[in-house]
Design a protein around this ligand. Structure first.
Ligand code: COA
Length: 538
């Protein structure tokens, strides 16, 4: 039986916000959030005072200031992969030197991609390539126009080997977006060399700032080295030259503000529909801040996921599907920010019944063309001989088939563990959800660190036995600890988001706002449910 009773279609949460468990869980979440906030502060500081001050003294705006001025006043900005690069030990390129996110420009939701010139001259790092490609993928799948705010020293030269080959794809994706009818606009604010030069080169519309934008394949030193020509910046790739001679600049802007104004005007002229705003939205019956105490500080302890849904769905209302069957997977329809949504949420480990129920529910959401929200807190599918005999692989495959072939937009929210094939069955990153957001307590790996270290120890012990070798227990203990520590370090929320395995770590209290914005963005593209799935193994 669930802890949470249901009153009609209104979820009645029994979360005891005065209990010691709630307080401990909330305190653990707040501590994890502080770790995330420390990285966010570094990202917000861009290149740091020295480089930001120098940039301002040159009369230029930082990337974040440009983004703020581009977006409609007081508009929300759904930032993507803000923590990219945070897995690197010294965080030398906060945010990977790039700001990406969705926000309204002249009323139209756009994907904004802005180089941060105060971070290594706006050069593109390896993880910056990953982040930029993810942003363009989101633009593609949701049919969002791209506005690039360009000022980039091209490839991060000392790390070129890690980015050169995949980096070429960014320009391919820009032109493919165009070909798919998704407008691309580049506003060029400063030096844009080589890779930086191809952003305007591949865009449909370009705006260059007079006296600032310099765009060339190779700068004056390279030209001198290659062909022994002495040439200055302006003559080689200045805005005036590109506006009057090369034809790369469509508009010559008087200054940065003028460029942003022209950019907004171009978006306004595209004739695209404004971002949808649902009329009346009923708020949940429970306060959002309580979400900080809705996840267990210990991943081995189960929590009631309906407590999360009660604080996220409109009016805390939920039409639950098969509540008495496959009870560790909660499925049902509701709405979020006024947008209809089907929900699949883990309430424990996945068994055969849950897998079948999930596969059935995904087909229903596709039949209705309703987007799906996957709420992941999953340690995996059930293992053991009874379950193997019961066909857990076959049933898990049904869920993975349904997830893989579903064509409605998927949003994935990770509120705890995301281990093993449970990650796949619940629309993990490899299954192309439109957006993936995580809470600060999130852990992601093939399995928990303790379990993984234990499995490796058993495998090595058996191998020693077979070879007739004596097993060294002291080495085993040390190896187990090292493996466990490594898995722990490589599975936490900051590390995962640093590698762009998700689109961002969010404060649980902001869940509803973030998911509403994501749902708004998915409505920029038509939503059509799948009519075909692969044969379901019976
Ligand atoms: N790769 C790695 N680091 C780079 C870089 C690049 N492409 N471009 C700049 N940086 C670093 C600089 O080394 C410097 O680091 P430091 O302060 O730790 O010494 C920092 O970024 C700022 O560069 P700086 O030249 O002081 O800034 P600027 O604003 O005056 O000029 C550029 C910025 C981009 C115009 C200039 O640095 C430049 O021309 N870079 C080389 C561009 C290039 O040839 N790219 C080829 C790509 S294939």
């Amino acid at each position: 039986m669930n802890e949470c009773g249901r009153l009609g279609d209104h979820i009645r949460s029994h979360l005891d916000t005065r209990s010691g468990t709630f307080t401990a869980d909330r305190d653990a979440m707040v501590a994890a959030l502080a770790d995330v906030d420390a990285v966010v502060d570094t990202v917000l500081a861009a290149g740091g005072a020295k480089y930001v001050d120098r940039h301002h003294e040159r009369g230029k705006l930082t990337a974040r200031e440009r983004v703020d001025l581009l977006l409609d006043p007081d508009a929300p900005f759904l930032e993507i992969a803000a923590l990219a690069g945070a897995h690197e030990p010294d965080l030398t390129t906060p945010g990977a030197g790039l700001i990406c996110g969705i926000g309204p420009v002249s009323g139209v939701d756009c994907m904004v991609v802005a180089n941060e010139p105060t971070v290594k001259g706006g050069s593109i790092t390896p993880i910056g390539v990953t982040k930029q490609l993810r942003a363009l993928e989101i633009a593609d799948r949701n049919r969002l126009p791209v506005v690039a705010l360009v000022e980039s020293g091209g490839a991060d030269l000392p790390r070129q080997a890690d980015l050169f080959v995949p980096g070429g794809r960014t320009f391919r994706e820009m032109t493919r977006l165009s070909a798919a009818g998704i407008p691309t606009i580049s506003l060029v604010f400063g030096s844009s060399t080589a890779g930086g030069a191809y952003m305007p080169g591949m865009s449909e519309y370009t705006v260059f700032v007079r006296g600032q934008a310099t765009v060339y394949l190779g700068g004056p030193p390279l030209v001198k080295m290659a062909i022994n020509e002495d040439v200055d910046d302006e003559t080689l790739g200045g805005a005036e030259m590109h506006a009057r001679e090369s034809g790369l600049a469509d508009h010559l802007a008087a200054d940065e503000y003028d460029a942003l104004r022209i950019g907004r005007r171009i978006v306004a002229s595209l004739g695209l529909p404004a971002a949808p705003t649902p009329a009346v939205v009923e708020e949940p019956a429970y306060p959002a801040h309580e979400l900080r105490g809705c996840a267990a500080s210990d991943h081995k302890r189960s929590v009631e996921v309906r407590d999360v849904l009660a604080r996220v769905l409109d009016g805390s209302r939920f039409d639950e599907f098969k509540p008495l069957y496959g009870t560790t997977l909660v499925c049902g329809f509701g709405s979020l920010g006024g947008f209809p949504v089907g929900v699949l949420a883990n309430n424990g480990i996945l068994f055969s019944e849950e897998s079948q129920k999930g596969a059935h529910f995904i087909q229903l959401a596709n039949a209705r063309s309703v987007p799906l929200l996957f709420v992941q807190n999953i340690t995996g599918f059930m293992v053991g001989s009874a379950y193997e005999r019961g066909g857990i692989i076959k049933d898990g495959a049904k869920l993975i088939n349904a997830v893989s072939n579903s064509t409605v937009p998927h949003l994935t929210l990770m509120v705890g563990a995301s281990y093993g094939a449970g990650n796949y069955g619940m629309s993990g990153r490899a299954y192309d959800p439109r957006f993936v957001f995580t809470w600060p307590n999130h852990r992601i790996a093939v399995m928990g660190g303790q379990q993984l270290a234990g499995v490796m120890s058993l495998v090595q012990r058996r191998s020693a036995q077979r070879a007739g070798r004596e097993y060294d227990e002291a080495t085993d203990a040390a190896t187990r600890k090292a493996v466990e520590d490594a898995v722990q370090a490589q599975s936490n929320a900051v590390y995962a988001s640093g590698r762009v395995w998700d689109d961002g770590v969010i404060d649980p209290a902001d869940t509803r706002t973030v998911l509403s914005l994501a749902l708004r963005a998915v409505h920029s593209a038509p939503i059509e449910g799948a009519t075909h799935f692969a044969p379901f193994r019976m």
